[in-house]
Write a protein that binds this ligand. Sequence first.
Ligand SMILES: [Zn+2]
Length: 321
Amino acid sequence: MNEQKKIIFSNRAFNSIVSETYDKIKTETGGILLGRIIDSIWYVVEVIDPGPNSIFTITYFEYDTPYVNHLAKAISKQYKIELAVLGLWHRHPGSMDTFSSTDDLTNSEFSRLLPQGAISGLINIDPDLRLTIYHVSLPLKYTKTSFEVGDSLFPDELLKYKFSIADHKQQNKEKIKNEIPITPSKTVNPRKGLLNKLSKLVSNFRKTTTIIINNYPTAENSIPQNKSIDIDFLIELYSKEELQLENTLQVNYESEIRGRQIFYSVKDFKNGTLINPRIEFQVSTEITNPTFLCDNKAYKFKEGIFSRYVESKINQTEFTN
Ligand SMILES: [Zn+2]
């Protein structure tokens, strides 16, 4: 009767054993086999790892039991046909492919879980990876059993998950209907981390509630005033400019916030051509008086100024605002 027993691993299950073995190549390791028995065929659907708190030495290995119990349940529940603990596998040093007396105890425990007993696998690397599987029955008796690997050898139903997206939606129909749709916030998309940086900067400013304009070398008269910051305004202003650089001029740039200015450095075209020397300019992060700084001059911010400046540098023409 035992001779007719057959074990089939899913691709995923077998892969887990191989992967865990090579991951812990210098020590023992192991895992738990989950699956179903149908007509004397033991189908191993999943193999779970021994857990972060398991103990690995060259000759000794112990499972992280709470982890294994938790994971076994969680994984089993995913399947249309829930899985059972079929047994275990572990690595042995050298070519030792029989069980130790400690293994006998563990195997006995596992074989009590199901009326059909359990299966217990041993991995040896001598030097290739070799898996030997035994059927374990009580009173303790081991029978070497052959195995195969392949999803195609499984009955279809056995590898199916319990729920499809459609099932989930159907089951939660009422909840979904009453859900308030998630709408994007009114700020533009964060790109290149600038908005993040800017938000941080401004939230620091906000703590002081008012800001005082620095003394820029201004080309035009600007009237410094105290005013609280409107981050959305700045984000929109500079994001539009950045988009133009990226999409219209097709250049790559870096930006960095230093103090109350954002430093831009245009370094190459999107096709990979370097711009030499780099084109550099700055903008202020003062909401009351957005200022564009380049070539040691300061200009009042006007729409499209990033592109106009960069273009003039590329074409070596005079920059006018
Ligand atoms: Zn052992």
